[in-house]
Design a protein around this ligand. Structure first.
Ligand SMILES: Cc1ncc(COP(=O)(O)O)c(C=O)c1O
Length: 452
Protein backbone atom coordinates (compact mmCIF):
# COMPACT_ATOMS: atom_id res chain seq x y z
CA UNK A 1 0.00 0.00 0.00
CA UNK A 2 1.38 3.39 -0.98
CA UNK A 3 0.51 5.75 1.86
CA UNK A 4 2.81 8.64 0.99
CA UNK A 5 1.06 11.75 -0.19
CA UNK A 6 1.70 12.79 -3.78
CA UNK A 7 1.57 16.61 -3.64
CA UNK A 8 1.08 17.18 -7.34
CA UNK A 9 -1.81 14.70 -7.35
CA UNK A 10 -3.30 16.51 -4.35
CA UNK A 11 -3.05 19.83 -6.21
CA UNK A 12 -4.79 18.38 -9.26
CA UNK A 13 -7.56 16.77 -7.18
CA UNK A 14 -8.07 20.01 -5.28
CA UNK A 15 -8.51 21.86 -8.54
CA UNK A 16 -11.12 19.32 -9.69
CA UNK A 17 -13.03 19.66 -6.42
CA UNK A 18 -12.93 23.45 -6.71
CA UNK A 19 -14.44 23.20 -10.22
CA UNK A 20 -17.16 20.86 -8.97
CA UNK A 21 -17.87 23.25 -6.11
CA UNK A 22 -18.32 26.16 -8.52
CA UNK A 23 -20.55 24.11 -10.80
CA UNK A 24 -22.88 23.06 -7.97
CA UNK A 25 -23.14 26.42 -6.20
CA UNK A 26 -24.08 29.08 -8.78
CA UNK A 27 -26.56 30.87 -6.51
CA UNK A 28 -24.14 30.94 -3.57
CA UNK A 29 -21.55 32.37 -5.93
CA UNK A 30 -23.94 35.09 -7.15
CA UNK A 31 -24.85 36.02 -3.56
CA UNK A 32 -21.19 36.12 -2.63
CA UNK A 33 -20.49 38.54 -5.49
CA UNK A 34 -23.33 40.74 -4.24
CA UNK A 35 -22.18 40.46 -0.59
CA UNK A 36 -18.71 41.65 -1.53
CA UNK A 37 -20.18 45.07 -2.30
CA UNK A 38 -21.42 45.63 1.27
CA UNK A 39 -19.58 43.18 3.55
CA UNK A 40 -15.86 43.20 4.08
CA UNK A 41 -14.53 40.14 2.23
CA UNK A 42 -18.12 39.28 1.23
CA UNK A 43 -18.81 37.68 4.63
CA UNK A 44 -20.44 38.86 7.85
CA UNK A 45 -17.60 37.56 10.03
CA UNK A 46 -13.91 37.40 9.21
CA UNK A 47 -13.43 33.65 9.65
CA UNK A 48 -15.99 32.80 6.98
CA UNK A 49 -13.36 33.57 4.36
CA UNK A 50 -11.57 30.42 5.52
CA UNK A 51 -14.07 27.82 4.32
CA UNK A 52 -12.63 25.24 1.93
CA UNK A 53 -14.37 26.53 -1.22
CA UNK A 54 -13.31 29.83 -2.76
CA UNK A 55 -16.58 31.35 -1.51
CA UNK A 56 -18.93 30.36 1.31
CA UNK A 57 -22.07 28.31 0.86
CA UNK A 58 -25.15 30.46 1.57
CA UNK A 59 -27.68 28.61 3.72
CA UNK A 60 -31.35 28.36 2.88
CA UNK A 61 -32.53 26.59 6.00
CA UNK A 62 -31.24 24.38 8.79
CA UNK A 63 -33.03 22.00 11.11
CA UNK A 64 -31.64 19.31 13.40
CA UNK A 65 -28.47 17.80 11.93
CA UNK A 66 -29.13 18.94 8.36
CA UNK A 67 -29.34 22.03 6.21
CA UNK A 68 -29.93 23.02 2.59
CA UNK A 69 -28.18 25.77 0.68
CA UNK A 70 -29.63 28.31 -1.73
CA UNK A 71 -28.79 26.03 -4.68
CA UNK A 72 -30.90 23.24 -3.20
CA UNK A 73 -27.92 21.10 -2.13
CA UNK A 74 -28.53 19.08 1.03
CA UNK A 75 -25.94 18.60 3.77
CA UNK A 76 -25.33 16.60 6.90
CA UNK A 77 -23.92 19.10 9.37
CA UNK A 78 -21.08 17.71 11.50
CA UNK A 79 -19.78 21.23 12.12
CA UNK A 80 -22.89 22.35 13.95
CA UNK A 81 -21.77 25.94 14.18
CA UNK A 82 -18.48 24.77 15.74
CA UNK A 83 -20.45 23.65 18.83
CA UNK A 84 -22.87 26.61 18.81
CA UNK A 85 -25.51 24.25 17.37
CA UNK A 86 -24.41 21.05 19.12
CA UNK A 87 -28.07 20.85 20.18
CA UNK A 88 -29.04 20.40 16.53
CA UNK A 89 -30.35 23.40 14.61
CA UNK A 90 -33.42 25.07 16.08
CA UNK A 91 -34.36 22.38 18.61
CA UNK A 92 -38.14 22.30 19.10
CA UNK A 93 -38.09 22.83 22.87
CA UNK A 94 -35.81 25.86 22.53
CA UNK A 95 -37.89 27.40 19.74
CA UNK A 96 -41.03 26.94 21.78
CA UNK A 97 -39.49 28.76 24.75
CA UNK A 98 -38.19 31.53 22.47
CA UNK A 99 -41.63 31.94 20.89
CA UNK A 100 -43.20 32.33 24.32
CA UNK A 101 -40.57 34.65 25.73
CA UNK A 102 -40.50 36.89 22.68
CA UNK A 103 -44.10 37.88 23.43
CA UNK A 104 -43.12 38.81 26.99
CA UNK A 105 -40.01 40.94 26.52
CA UNK A 106 -36.57 40.36 25.08
CA UNK A 107 -34.17 42.45 27.11
CA UNK A 108 -34.69 44.66 30.17
CA UNK A 109 -31.58 44.74 32.37
CA UNK A 110 -33.87 43.22 34.99
CA UNK A 111 -34.17 39.54 35.92
CA UNK A 112 -37.10 37.18 35.36
CA UNK A 113 -37.60 34.29 37.78
CA UNK A 114 -36.38 31.76 35.19
CA UNK A 115 -32.81 32.93 35.65
CA UNK A 116 -32.77 31.36 39.12
CA UNK A 117 -33.69 27.98 37.65
CA UNK A 118 -30.73 28.33 35.27
CA UNK A 119 -28.36 29.31 38.11
CA UNK A 120 -29.48 26.31 40.15
CA UNK A 121 -29.11 23.98 37.18
CA UNK A 122 -25.58 25.28 36.50
CA UNK A 123 -24.75 24.68 40.17
CA UNK A 124 -25.99 21.11 39.87
CA UNK A 125 -24.11 20.37 36.66
CA UNK A 126 -20.81 22.06 37.33
CA UNK A 127 -20.59 22.02 41.14
CA UNK A 128 -19.79 25.72 41.53
CA UNK A 129 -22.05 27.86 43.73
CA UNK A 130 -22.20 31.25 41.98
CA UNK A 131 -22.89 32.22 38.37
CA UNK A 132 -22.89 35.23 36.07
CA UNK A 133 -23.99 35.58 32.47
CA UNK A 134 -22.35 36.86 29.31
CA UNK A 135 -23.19 36.64 25.62
CA UNK A 136 -20.10 34.81 24.37
CA UNK A 137 -17.58 32.39 25.79
CA UNK A 138 -14.93 34.96 24.89
CA UNK A 139 -16.52 37.43 27.27
CA UNK A 140 -16.98 34.80 29.98
CA UNK A 141 -13.22 34.14 29.80
CA UNK A 142 -12.34 37.82 29.76
CA UNK A 143 -14.49 38.48 32.82
CA UNK A 144 -13.11 35.52 34.75
CA UNK A 145 -9.56 36.73 34.02
CA UNK A 146 -10.41 40.22 35.23
CA UNK A 147 -11.89 38.89 38.45
CA UNK A 148 -8.86 36.70 39.03
CA UNK A 149 -6.40 39.57 38.52
CA UNK A 150 -8.46 41.86 40.74
CA UNK A 151 -8.52 39.39 43.62
CA UNK A 152 -4.99 38.09 43.32
CA UNK A 153 -3.47 41.49 42.55
CA UNK A 154 -1.08 39.75 40.16
CA UNK A 155 -0.40 40.95 36.61
CA UNK A 156 -0.08 37.72 34.63
CA UNK A 157 -2.11 34.81 33.38
CA UNK A 158 -0.87 31.47 32.08
CA UNK A 159 -2.14 29.57 29.03
CA UNK A 160 -1.09 26.49 27.08
CA UNK A 161 0.66 26.62 23.73
CA UNK A 162 -1.82 26.79 20.80
CA UNK A 163 -4.83 27.12 23.07
CA UNK A 164 -7.89 28.95 21.83
CA UNK A 165 -10.32 30.62 24.22
CA UNK A 166 -12.03 33.07 21.87
CA UNK A 167 -10.74 36.52 20.99
CA UNK A 168 -9.21 37.06 24.44
CA UNK A 169 -6.19 39.35 24.05
CA UNK A 170 -4.05 37.68 26.69
CA UNK A 171 -4.22 34.29 24.98
CA UNK A 172 -2.61 35.12 21.63
CA UNK A 173 0.80 33.84 22.52
CA UNK A 174 2.69 30.75 21.43
CA UNK A 175 6.11 29.14 21.86
CA UNK A 176 8.49 29.21 18.92
CA UNK A 177 10.52 26.15 17.90
CA UNK A 178 13.13 26.89 20.57
CA UNK A 179 10.42 27.17 23.22
CA UNK A 180 10.58 30.96 23.46
CA UNK A 181 7.25 32.77 23.96
CA UNK A 182 6.14 35.10 21.17
CA UNK A 183 2.94 36.77 20.01
CA UNK A 184 0.86 34.31 18.02
CA UNK A 185 1.18 34.69 14.25
CA UNK A 186 -1.41 37.10 12.86
CA UNK A 187 -2.26 38.57 16.30
CA UNK A 188 -4.30 41.47 14.92
CA UNK A 189 -3.70 44.90 16.45
CA UNK A 190 -3.06 43.88 20.07
CA UNK A 191 -3.49 46.52 22.79
CA UNK A 192 -0.31 45.33 24.44
CA UNK A 193 2.31 42.76 23.65
CA UNK A 194 1.00 39.45 25.12
CA UNK A 195 4.51 38.83 26.47
CA UNK A 196 3.66 41.48 29.06
CA UNK A 197 0.43 39.84 30.17
CA UNK A 198 0.92 36.13 29.71
CA UNK A 199 3.10 33.11 30.34
CA UNK A 200 2.78 30.22 27.92
CA UNK A 201 3.91 26.64 28.37
CA UNK A 202 3.16 23.31 26.72
CA UNK A 203 0.14 21.27 27.85
CA UNK A 204 1.13 18.27 29.98
CA UNK A 205 4.43 19.90 31.02
CA UNK A 206 4.26 19.81 34.82
CA UNK A 207 7.87 20.94 35.35
CA UNK A 208 7.34 24.05 33.19
CA UNK A 209 4.11 24.73 35.06
CA UNK A 210 5.86 24.70 38.40
CA UNK A 211 8.62 26.98 37.14
CA UNK A 212 6.10 29.43 35.68
CA UNK A 213 3.90 29.54 38.78
CA UNK A 214 6.69 29.64 41.34
CA UNK A 215 7.40 33.31 40.61
CA UNK A 216 3.95 33.95 42.17
CA UNK A 217 3.01 36.59 39.61
CA UNK A 218 0.32 34.54 37.86
CA UNK A 219 -3.26 35.37 38.83
CA UNK A 220 -4.85 32.50 36.91
CA UNK A 221 -4.25 29.57 34.62
CA UNK A 222 -6.84 29.54 31.83
CA UNK A 223 -7.14 26.03 30.40
CA UNK A 224 -9.34 23.67 28.49
CA UNK A 225 -9.21 20.39 30.44
CA UNK A 226 -8.66 18.59 27.13
CA UNK A 227 -7.29 20.78 24.36
CA UNK A 228 -9.72 20.86 21.44
CA UNK A 229 -8.68 23.64 19.12
CA UNK A 230 -5.42 22.19 17.83
CA UNK A 231 -6.69 18.65 17.58
CA UNK A 232 -8.00 16.79 20.60
CA UNK A 233 -5.16 16.48 23.13
CA UNK A 234 -5.98 14.50 26.23
CA UNK A 235 -4.18 15.20 29.51
CA UNK A 236 -1.56 12.72 30.63
CA UNK A 237 -2.62 10.66 33.66
CA UNK A 238 -1.93 12.82 36.72
CA UNK A 239 -1.75 16.09 34.81
CA UNK A 240 -4.94 17.54 36.25
CA UNK A 241 -4.00 16.52 39.77
CA UNK A 242 -0.67 18.32 39.38
CA UNK A 243 -2.32 21.37 37.78
CA UNK A 244 -4.70 21.74 40.71
CA UNK A 245 -2.02 21.07 43.32
CA UNK A 246 0.48 23.54 41.84
CA UNK A 247 -2.08 26.30 41.27
CA UNK A 248 -3.10 25.98 44.92
CA UNK A 249 0.49 25.79 46.12
CA UNK A 250 1.41 29.08 44.40
CA UNK A 251 -1.86 30.91 45.05
CA UNK A 252 -3.03 30.93 41.41
CA UNK A 253 -6.64 30.51 40.37
CA UNK A 254 -7.61 27.75 37.95
CA UNK A 255 -10.11 28.74 35.25
CA UNK A 256 -11.46 25.81 33.26
CA UNK A 257 -12.93 26.73 29.89
CA UNK A 258 -15.59 24.08 29.25
CA UNK A 259 -16.94 25.56 26.02
CA UNK A 260 -15.86 22.61 23.87
CA UNK A 261 -15.29 19.98 26.54
CA UNK A 262 -19.01 20.18 27.34
CA UNK A 263 -19.00 17.43 24.71
CA UNK A 264 -17.87 14.99 27.43
CA UNK A 265 -21.20 14.93 29.29
CA UNK A 266 -23.93 17.03 30.92
CA UNK A 267 -21.37 18.65 33.26
CA UNK A 268 -18.59 18.49 30.67
CA UNK A 269 -15.19 16.95 31.27
CA UNK A 270 -14.91 18.85 34.56
CA UNK A 271 -17.81 17.04 36.21
CA UNK A 272 -16.98 13.70 34.57
CA UNK A 273 -13.44 13.83 36.02
CA UNK A 274 -14.29 15.66 39.25
CA UNK A 275 -11.96 18.55 38.56
CA UNK A 276 -12.16 21.39 41.05
CA UNK A 277 -11.61 24.70 39.26
CA UNK A 278 -11.98 28.09 40.92
CA UNK A 279 -13.86 29.33 37.86
CA UNK A 280 -15.62 27.54 35.01
CA UNK A 281 -16.60 29.24 31.77
CA UNK A 282 -18.86 27.88 29.05
CA UNK A 283 -20.82 29.28 26.11
CA UNK A 284 -21.80 28.26 22.57
CA UNK A 285 -24.51 25.52 22.79
CA UNK A 286 -26.04 26.47 26.15
CA UNK A 287 -29.03 28.27 24.65
CA UNK A 288 -29.41 26.16 21.51
CA UNK A 289 -27.52 28.68 19.37
CA UNK A 290 -28.95 31.89 20.85
CA UNK A 291 -25.97 33.91 22.14
CA UNK A 292 -25.40 33.02 25.78
CA UNK A 293 -22.46 32.14 28.01
CA UNK A 294 -21.86 31.78 31.73
CA UNK A 295 -19.04 31.85 34.21
CA UNK A 296 -19.21 30.26 37.63
CA UNK A 297 -16.94 30.48 40.64
CA UNK A 298 -16.39 29.30 44.19
CA UNK A 299 -17.68 30.72 47.45
CA UNK A 300 -14.18 32.03 48.19
CA UNK A 301 -14.00 33.88 44.84
CA UNK A 302 -17.47 35.29 45.37
CA UNK A 303 -16.54 36.68 48.79
CA UNK A 304 -13.22 38.10 47.66
CA UNK A 305 -14.84 39.72 44.65
CA UNK A 306 -17.63 41.26 46.70
CA UNK A 307 -15.06 42.70 49.10
CA UNK A 308 -13.28 44.50 46.26
CA UNK A 309 -16.23 45.62 44.13
CA UNK A 310 -17.23 49.25 44.36
CA UNK A 311 -20.98 48.87 43.79
CA UNK A 312 -21.38 52.51 42.72
CA UNK A 313 -18.99 51.89 39.82
CA UNK A 314 -20.07 48.32 38.98
CA UNK A 315 -21.29 49.30 35.51
CA UNK A 316 -17.98 50.67 34.29
CA UNK A 317 -15.54 48.12 35.73
CA UNK A 318 -14.89 46.20 32.54
CA UNK A 319 -17.17 43.27 33.39
CA UNK A 320 -20.69 43.27 32.01
CA UNK A 321 -22.56 43.69 28.72
CA UNK A 322 -25.90 45.44 28.30
CA UNK A 323 -27.57 42.42 26.74
CA UNK A 324 -25.91 39.83 29.03
CA UNK A 325 -28.52 37.82 30.93
CA UNK A 326 -31.26 39.03 28.57
CA UNK A 327 -34.64 37.35 28.89
CA UNK A 328 -34.49 35.66 25.50
CA UNK A 329 -31.11 34.00 26.13
CA UNK A 330 -32.23 32.89 29.57
CA UNK A 331 -35.48 31.38 28.29
CA UNK A 332 -33.55 29.60 25.54
CA UNK A 333 -30.94 28.39 28.02
CA UNK A 334 -33.53 27.04 30.43
CA UNK A 335 -35.34 25.13 27.68
CA UNK A 336 -32.09 23.81 26.20
CA UNK A 337 -30.64 22.61 29.50
CA UNK A 338 -33.96 21.10 30.55
CA UNK A 339 -34.88 19.38 27.29
CA UNK A 340 -31.96 19.12 24.88
CA UNK A 341 -28.55 18.80 26.57
CA UNK A 342 -29.90 15.99 28.74
CA UNK A 343 -28.28 12.82 30.10
CA UNK A 344 -30.21 10.87 27.49
CA UNK A 345 -28.85 13.05 24.66
CA UNK A 346 -25.26 12.51 25.77
CA UNK A 347 -25.69 8.77 26.11
CA UNK A 348 -27.00 8.39 22.56
CA UNK A 349 -24.70 10.97 20.97
CA UNK A 350 -21.55 9.53 22.55
CA UNK A 351 -22.47 6.02 21.36
CA UNK A 352 -22.98 7.33 17.83
CA UNK A 353 -19.73 9.27 18.03
CA UNK A 354 -17.99 6.00 18.83
CA UNK A 355 -19.34 4.63 15.53
CA UNK A 356 -18.05 7.73 13.75
CA UNK A 357 -14.61 7.28 15.29
CA UNK A 358 -14.51 3.56 14.53
CA UNK A 359 -15.49 4.27 10.90
CA UNK A 360 -12.63 6.73 10.44
CA UNK A 361 -10.24 4.42 12.29
CA UNK A 362 -11.11 1.50 10.01
CA UNK A 363 -10.29 3.55 6.89
CA UNK A 364 -7.02 4.76 8.40
CA UNK A 365 -6.13 1.14 9.11
CA UNK A 366 -7.23 -0.12 5.69
CA UNK A 367 -5.01 2.39 3.88
CA UNK A 368 -2.23 2.17 6.51
CA UNK A 369 -2.24 5.93 6.89
CA UNK A 370 -0.02 7.74 9.40
CA UNK A 371 -3.12 9.50 10.75
CA UNK A 372 -5.04 9.31 14.02
CA UNK A 373 -8.58 9.96 15.17
CA UNK A 374 -9.36 11.12 18.70
CA UNK A 375 -12.67 11.34 20.51
CA UNK A 376 -14.01 13.36 23.41
CA UNK A 377 -17.64 12.52 24.13
CA UNK A 378 -19.72 13.55 21.14
CA UNK A 379 -16.74 15.19 19.40
CA UNK A 380 -14.18 13.44 17.16
CA UNK A 381 -11.31 14.70 15.13
CA UNK A 382 -8.77 13.19 12.77
CA UNK A 383 -5.27 14.51 12.50
CA UNK A 384 -2.45 13.97 10.01
CA UNK A 385 0.16 12.45 12.28
CA UNK A 386 0.71 8.85 13.37
CA UNK A 387 0.59 9.24 17.15
CA UNK A 388 -1.40 11.27 19.67
CA UNK A 389 0.22 14.66 20.25
CA UNK A 390 0.94 15.47 23.90
CA UNK A 391 0.85 19.22 23.43
CA UNK A 392 -0.01 22.08 21.11
CA UNK A 393 3.46 22.39 19.62
CA UNK A 394 3.45 18.77 18.45
CA UNK A 395 -0.09 19.08 17.12
CA UNK A 396 0.64 22.33 15.29
CA UNK A 397 3.61 20.77 13.50
CA UNK A 398 1.26 18.27 11.82
CA UNK A 399 -1.07 20.84 10.26
CA UNK A 400 -1.36 20.42 6.51
CA UNK A 401 -3.52 23.22 5.11
CA UNK A 402 -3.70 21.83 1.60
CA UNK A 403 -4.71 18.36 2.70
CA UNK A 404 -7.21 19.86 5.17
CA UNK A 405 -8.74 21.89 2.39
CA UNK A 406 -9.04 18.89 0.12
CA UNK A 407 -10.69 16.69 2.76
CA UNK A 408 -13.16 19.46 3.60
CA UNK A 409 -14.01 20.32 0.01
CA UNK A 410 -14.35 16.68 -1.02
CA UNK A 411 -16.82 16.20 1.87
CA UNK A 412 -18.68 19.45 1.15
CA UNK A 413 -19.13 18.53 -2.51
CA UNK A 414 -20.77 15.29 -1.37
CA UNK A 415 -23.07 16.88 1.19
CA UNK A 416 -21.02 16.81 4.40
CA UNK A 417 -19.99 19.85 6.40
CA UNK A 418 -17.01 19.38 8.72
CA UNK A 419 -15.77 22.00 11.19
CA UNK A 420 -13.40 24.39 9.42
CA UNK A 421 -9.78 24.94 10.53
CA UNK A 422 -9.58 21.33 11.66
CA UNK A 423 -11.19 17.98 10.87
CA UNK A 424 -13.69 17.90 13.64
CA UNK A 425 -17.16 16.38 13.78
CA UNK A 426 -19.91 16.69 16.38
CA UNK A 427 -22.98 14.54 16.85
CA UNK A 428 -26.28 16.29 17.61
CA UNK A 429 -29.50 14.80 19.00
CA UNK A 430 -30.77 14.54 15.41
CA UNK A 431 -27.72 12.94 13.78
CA UNK A 432 -28.51 9.41 12.61
CA UNK A 433 -26.57 6.18 12.10
CA UNK A 434 -27.11 6.68 8.34
CA UNK A 435 -25.46 10.12 8.58
CA UNK A 436 -22.45 8.58 10.29
CA UNK A 437 -22.22 5.69 7.82
CA UNK A 438 -22.42 8.14 4.94
CA UNK A 439 -19.53 10.11 6.42
CA UNK A 440 -17.45 6.92 6.68
CA UNK A 441 -18.17 6.16 3.02
CA UNK A 442 -17.25 9.67 1.84
CA UNK A 443 -14.14 9.77 4.03
CA UNK A 444 -13.05 6.47 2.50
CA UNK A 445 -13.62 7.79 -1.03
CA UNK A 446 -11.55 10.89 -0.24
CA UNK A 447 -8.72 8.77 1.10
CA UNK A 448 -8.97 6.38 -1.86
CA UNK A 449 -8.74 9.29 -4.31
CA UNK A 450 -5.45 10.32 -2.69
CA UNK A 451 -3.80 6.96 -2.08
CA UNK A 452 -5.25 4.42 -4.53
C1 LIG B 1 -12.52 26.57 24.13
C2 LIG B 1 -13.15 27.81 23.61
N1 LIG B 1 -13.44 28.81 24.46
C3 LIG B 1 -14.01 29.95 24.04
C4 LIG B 1 -14.31 30.14 22.72
C5 LIG B 1 -14.95 31.41 22.27
O1 LIG B 1 -16.28 31.26 21.91
P1 LIG B 1 -17.03 32.48 21.23
O2 LIG B 1 -16.38 32.69 19.90
O3 LIG B 1 -18.44 31.99 21.12
O4 LIG B 1 -16.86 33.64 22.11
C6 LIG B 1 -14.03 29.14 21.79
C7 LIG B 1 -14.35 29.32 20.35
O5 LIG B 1 -14.06 28.50 19.51
C8 LIG B 1 -13.44 27.95 22.25
O6 LIG B 1 -13.12 26.96 21.40
Amino acid sequence: MNNSLDRSRLELLLQQEEELFHKNHPKSYALYQRARKSLHGGVPMLWMIRWAGSFPVFVNEAKGAHFTDVDGNKYIDFCLGDTGAMTGHSPDATIHAIDEQIQKGITLMLPYEDVIWVGEELQRRFQLPYWQFALTATDANRFALRMARLIKQRPKVLVFNYCYHGSVDETFITLDEEGTPMARANNLGPQVDPLLTTKVIEFNDIAALETALSAQDVAAVLAEPVMTNIGIIHPDPGFHGALRELTRKYGTYLIIDATHTISAGPGGYTAAHRLQPDFLTVGKPLAGGVPAAVYGFTEEVSQQFAARLDADEADVGGIGGTLAGNALSIAAMKATLQNVLTDDFYQKAIALQECFTEGVEAVIKEFELPWIVKQLGNRSEYWFRPTSPRNGGEAFAAIDHELDRYMHLFALNRGILMTPFHNMALISPDTTQDDVDYHTKVFREAVQSLFQ
